[in-house]
Design a protein around this ligand. Structure first.
Ligand code: ATP
Length: 370
């Protein structure tokens, strides 16, 4: 169940545009979102479970919410829908919110939310992501349906795995058999060798200038909106990043040690400038394909991240998309080498707030919320 545009319009009709409050769950990229909202002149609301969570925001007065909603558990947010709407709250979703609520609850949360919640259906399954990204012209790592066909290093991803926990690398079929838990649902993907770049884009469907995304299919010949590149990161992943220091994979495996991919932090990066045209081509294709995913699709709105590996042939392989703000944008609360070119101090969090501010002024909130 989602929220249809009539319902959204009814809620917004009761909102006082001058009193809109940015609400965010206190985790993930909340410091950035709260800081950005404040820079754009919004009132802010933090949503948290546990006094400890609230207390640490005292250390960051520049982002401390004006008001808090303290809960016993995050699912209570569903019961507070009317409370949020009475306070003119617009929720900014991030990965932790979706994880804490569950994707079905998140989609049916009866509160105006930044971005397109409908896209979650496409983002939440590996098969649908592949369909979408390939339709957008991205090259993805090969998938092996039969483990006997493994002919080079692969990464095995379990369906319910979160943040790379529980993934493992296999070099051949024997390796796979030795490590795989065949009871669980998994995907076997080519292990793409190269360097990882997580590209943080922003799509503004209300802007008519700048790098305009060209529509395709039922939108052929139309400009869909402006695509911006805000920043780029690379994740620190424990313990695979430091694994090489301990010897060969074979030696370690004999001792029962496997590399893991648990995200512990993020580092800022930039990419070779000559790769930028291809980066934009992939992102443009992904955005325009998002409008064709189903009839009447609202398409991408706001921040999204293409998670890529660039090979030594200088080719991008896209292994995942996140259709919302990613925590990898946190190193750029003060701006990035890309966003600084256009406007200093423009984080993704602030860019979201700017988008809401402009839509309030133009009367186009329905185009950027769901
Ligand atoms: P999240 O949802 O937090 O993005 P996830 O659990 O969906 O994480 P992935 O992003 O798919 O996991 O992968 C986790 C990590 O595994 C990546 O950051 C990357 O280091 C590595 N990885 C994933 N797919 C590949 C691949 N095909 N080739 C090489 N490395 C990969």
């Amino acid at each position: 169940m989602g929220v249809d545009s009539n319902t959204l319009a009814t809620w917004l009709a009761d909102y006082d545009p001058s009193q809109i409050t940015i609400g965010v769950v206190a985790s993930h990229s909340s410091l950035q979102i709260l800081h950005g909202a404040r820079l754009e002149g919004f009132k802010t609301l933090g949503i948290a479970v546990g006094e400890n969570r609230r207390r640490y925001y005292k250390a960051f007065p520049g982002a401390e919410p004006d008001e808090w909603l303290m809960l016993e558990n995050y699912r209570e947010m569903l019961d507070y829908a009317e409370w949020f709407r009475k306070r003119n709250v617009v929720i900014i979703p991030h990965g932790s919110l979706v994880e804490y609520l569950g994707s079905t609850n998140f989609r049916s949360l009866q509160v105006p939310t930044f971005g397109n919640r409908g896209i979650l259906h496409w983002e939440s399954s590996r098969d649908r992501q592949r369909q979408w990204l390939e339709a957008g012209g991205c090259t993805m790592p090969k998938v092996y349906t039969d483990p006997h066909d493994i002919d080079g290093p692969v990464i095995v991803k379990y369906a319910g795995a979160k943040g790379g926990r529980g993934y493992f690398i296999a070099r051949d079929y024997r390796d796979f058999r030795r490590n795989a838990d065949l009871e669980d649902e998994f995907t076997i993907q080519e292990y793409a060798l190269g360097c990882r770049y997580y590209l943080h884009f922003f799509f503004d469907p209300t802007a008519t200038d700048g790098f305009q995304v060209q529509g395709r299919g039922s939108h052929a010949g139309q400009n869909l909106g402006r695509l911006e590149l805000l920043s780029m990161d690379r994740r620190d992943e424990a313990n695979v990043d430091e694994f090489y220091k301990l010897g060969s994979l074979r030696d370690l495996r004999e001792k029962g040690i496997e590399p893991s991919f648990v995200v512990t932090g993020n580092q800022p990066v930039v990419i070779r400038e000559s790769l930028l045209p291809r980066a934009f081509e992939m992102a443009e294709g992904t955005v325009s394909a998002s409008f064709e995913l189903e009839e009447g699709a609202k398409g991408m709105i706001g921040p999204f991240c293409l998670e890529t590996i660039v090979t030594d042939q200088l080719e991008f392989k896209v292994f995942e998309i996140s259709a919302r703000i990613v925590a990898g944008s946190n190193p750029f609360i003060g701006g990035s080498p890309y966003s600084d070119i256009n406007e200093p101090f423009m984080s993704t969090g602030r860019r979201i707030a700017r988008s809401i501010k402009k839509s309030i002024a133009d009367g186009t909130l329905l185009d950027i919320l769901s």
